[in-house]
Design a protein around this ligand. Sequence first.
Ligand SMILES: [Zn+2]
Length: 282
Amino acid sequence: MKRWIITALLIITPLSSFSATTHALTPWQRIKAPIKASPHAIGEVNNGCIIGSQALPLQNSAYQVLRADKLRYFGHPDLINFIQRVTQKAQKEELGTVLIGDMAMPAGGRFTSGHRSHQNGLDVDIWLQLTDKRWSAQQLKKPVAIDLVDSNGKQVIEAHWTSNITRLIKLSAQDNAVARIFVHPAIKRKLCETAGNERQWLRKIRPWFGHRAHMHIRLNCPKESKECIAQPIPPYGDGCGSELASWLEDSHALPSVKPQDQKVPLLPATCQKLVDHHFKVN
Ligand SMILES: [Zn+2]
């Protein structure tokens, strides 16, 4: 199995929000504020944590934060800076207000359900829906996603697609901090078909099922985060040929997850120490 397929397995992000009340919370979900320290992303996106995280400011004219009550708007300062940088560009180009979905919890770590990644403060979900009018508090609390993909899973719904969405994805992919962006294969197809001659940015756009209404953006490991484990870089090329075609085949199946991979892996030692210490003193 190709390594990128394995790494792509790490993201599972449903459109609907999960209720954590039906499951026991992980320790990480009980940490309500960042761990004060110089910022470090630790471990892998699907098995890690973040110390010295920052909160994305909730008040900003370029973006709005969805479901802030869930306390998932924390991340490495690189992530905060990226979101501010890309949304300012979007604002300058009058693309509309950008809707920010889940990032990480205050100390990162594992969720009970929903995401498998988003653990070390380097992932953010950005909705592929740009609003002309600012959303109300109620809309932000219970956001309604627009499915951009046709029910056959092969192409986007043209009535829902806009050139501003393409532009937002491209602006994000062209940012040096970004390692990869996951979107539904039909969305990747749309980008491939409309990119024209400038195609280098498409390399970072990786197809994965789900992701019909948002893109999942993952940053590179920050330089000073020595315990951050980077993923392999995406394969060369724009990924618009046979690789994408295989994703659009009816027979395309997700790689099965082996039972040993479903077990909760051992935490990186730094994350384990952090959680042990936190619950000893709190
Ligand atoms: Zn995500």
